[in-house]
Ligand binder design. Structure first.
Ligand SMILES: *Cc1c(COP(=O)(O)O)cnc(C)c1O
Length: 380
């Protein structure tokens, strides 16, 4: 049987043909006026994705490079930072910070829980010398979204800089950097932005730049002062073809309108949640977001087998659990270039796979629940 591939994993996500074709254009020299003008236009347009007037810097790395850039450019060894750890990516913040000898205060939560503005407020009151708070807007490992707007209300009238990892959240969850008062937003290319892996983004406001000025920037490659000096040009060789693709991606996103992009993710995630509920499955997250729906693997079913069958037999790549959740949860993504029918395909493959593994679910149960949500939303 012919097999088609569906990428329903929270990164990398599918890339539209129009964007792929853009990447096939001739690689021109990066120090030419022609390229710098493309870069300038692209970086200006990029602000729209972050809903900011601040400059957004593009780094040639995966998203983690921008996480590292945030730590090394904002803080000096020995500085105190509050870090929220409620999953794999919160842990990554801590690991990077520890590597650079930051004095870490952890808000450690059960995986699947969402930190509250109150918990952030308490931590800041307890540690008035903390320079920054590091959060993960969408904790991709657990399918959880935090109340970032509420947290920004806590930090915006203090000296504490609010940093958020929005690598997966950008475009999947509403994000208004300036209006909400988020000081640093970090993201990457291979998630909601619909590009291949390879670009990372970091946007900082004036409050955050004051910390950058005081930092000794322990990284050479990710030294943001060097980026600022060269802006919109790049201190090193930029990812020329990825920049072409980024320009095209932003154009497509602008045409849809950012509110509609946020809504699209919400609708697909609502449909996915309705489907798994109808199938008698349980959500893992206490505060589910729109990047990926994390589902508990039912009793007696091998979760590793489930994701393997979905991928190898049906061509539908979803994500399993990470670390201690390996085999215990699976995550169906609604991130990036996906339509309502991609979601239907994913749920259909899940019905097949669950039945094959011995979890009996009547065919169409999940699909029907999803279709009801989707039909209503599409015809609103
Ligand atoms: C994907 C992701 C990252 C970055 O991972 P890379 O593999 O370095 O691109 C960081 N944080 C979150 C929340 C993510 O989902």
């Amino acid at each position: 049987m012919i097999k088609k591939n569906y990428l329903l994993a929270p990164g990398p996500t599918p890339v539209p043909f129009d964007i792929l074709l853009e990447g096939a254009r001739e690689t021109i020299h990066h120090r030419t006026p022609q390229f710098v003008s493309i870069l300038e236009e692209t970086l200006n347009e990029l602000k729209y994705l972050f809903q900011t007037e601040n400059k957004v810097y593009t780094l040639l790395s995966s998203g983690t490079g921008a996480l590292e850039a945030a730590i090394t450019n904002l803080l000096n060894p020995g500085d105190k930072a509050i870090i929220v750890e409620a999953g794999k990516f919160g842990e990554r913040w801590r690991e990077i910070a520890e590597r650079f000898n930051i004095n870490v205060v952890s808000i450690k939560l059960e995986w699947g829980e969402a930190v509250t503005p109150e918990q952030i407020k308490e931590a800041i009151e307890k540690h008035p010398d903390a320079k920054a708070v590091f959060t993960t807007y969408s904790e991709t490992s657990t399918g959880t979204v935090i109340d970032l707007e509420g947290i920004a209300k806590v930090t915006r009238n203090t000296d504490v800089v609010l940093v958020t990892d929005a690598v997966s959240a950008l475009l999947a969850e509403p994000l208004k950097m300036d209006e909400w008062g988020i000081d640093v937003v970090v993201s990457g290319s291979q998630k909601g932005v619909m590009l291949p892996p390879g670009l990372a983004f970091i946007a900082l406001n004036d409050k955050a730049w004051k910390l950058v000025e005081k930092s000794n920037n322990s990284s050479y490659y990710f030294n943001l002062k060097a980026y600022a000096k060269k802006y919109p040009d790049n201190p090193w060789t930029p990812g020329v073809n990825l920049i072409y693709m980024l320009r095209k991606a932003i154009k497509i996103i602008k045409e849809e309108g950012i509110e509609n992009v946020w809504e699209r993710h919400r609708i697909l995630a609502d449909a996915t949640r309705a489907a798994v509920n109808a199938m008698g499955l349980e959500l893992f997250s206490k505060r589910p977001g729109n990047v990926a729906t994390a589902v508990k693997v039912p009793e007696g079913i091998d979760g590793n087998k489930l994701t393997k069958i979905m991928r190898d037999k049906y061509g539908v790549t979803i994500a399993g659990g990470q670390e201690h959740l390996k085999g215990k949860i699976f995550r169906i993504s609604t991130l990036g270039y996906l339509s309502i029918f991609d979601t239907i395909v994913g749920i259909s493959a899940l019905e097949f796979t669950l039945n094959e593994l011995g979890y009996k679910v009547e065919f169409g149960t999940g699909i029907k629940a999803a279709q009801e949500v989707l039909f209503k939303e599409v015809n609103k």
